[in-house]
Design a protein around this ligand. Structure first.
Ligand SMILES: Cc1cc2nc3c(=O)[nH]c(=O)nc-3n(C[C@H](O)[C@H](O)[C@H](O)COP(=O)(O)OP(=O)(O)OC[C@H]3O[C@@H](n4cnc5c(N)ncnc54)[C@H](O)[C@@H]3O)c2cc1C
Length: 170
């Protein structure tokens, strides 16, 4: 946020209940730190080469509209280890396991990226009609429908490999 944004928030928050205007009034523009947030189009089915792969924001940065960037990094870590263990048990080369890992993650991270951008566009709209539409959608959507809409996201369960593949003796 910079001086311009603080001024704009002061104007926009005139009708807000206290303490919002008081908080914004008390801001010292000179010590405000601004750090923009970027996402990046998904990299497809492969994002590494040879013995190198990426996980987390390095491979699929999203805007924090769904609160899923950190979760996806944790999912990546689990899946990466899984494919390395399976690959080792099958006697596969490590690069093969890394490409399998990337392929296994590509559709989910692309879907999270797409939905996150859509939610962001809706949430950050600033036209009068857009705000009215967004607020109406949020107000009228029953909780169960919202939960159902994001079931694919929050009910995600990583698949465990066959237990004999995980056995250290294999
Ligand atoms: C405002 C905001 C809110 C968010 N809210 C949520 C949320 O509610 N839930 C959620 O799941 N996610 C959320 N996220 C996303 C989440 O923070 C990121 O997706 C997550 O931190 C990515 O983890 P990472 O390990 O891939 O990358 P990072 O957390 O960015 O870690 C990378 C690390 O590498 C270090 N590094 C960089 N370059 C080098 C180098 N050359 N040498 C050594 N070290 C280096 C960096 O300093 C950093 O510590 C939010 C993000 C933002 C910005």
């Amino acid at each position: 946020m910079n001086f311009y944004h603080v001024k704009r928030h002061r104007v926009n928050s005139l009708d807000y209940a206290q303490p919002i205007p008081a908080i914004i009034d008390s801001l010292d523009e000179n010590i405000i730190y601004r750090d923009d947030i970027y996402d990046r189009e998904p990299l497809g089915n492969e994002w590494g080469k040879g013995y190198t792969t990426l996980i987390g924001d390095a491979s699929h940065p999203v805007q924090p509209n769904l609160g899923q960037g950190g979760c996806m990094a944790i999912e990546d870590a689990f899946e990466l280890v899984k494919y390395l263990v399976i690959g080792q048990a099958k006697g596969e080369e490590i690069p093969t396991s890394l490409r399998q890992f990337e392929q296994s993650r590509s559709s989910r991270v692309a879907k999270v990226f797409t939905v996150s951008r859509q939610v962001g566009q809706l949430a950050q709209t600033d036209s009068a009609f857009g705000c009215w539409l967004r607020d109406s959608i949020y107000r009228l959507t029953p909780t169960w429908l919202g939960d159902l809409q994001f079931k694919w996201l929050f009910d995600y369960q990583p698949k465990l490999p066959d237990s004999d593949l995980m056995s250290p003796s294999k």
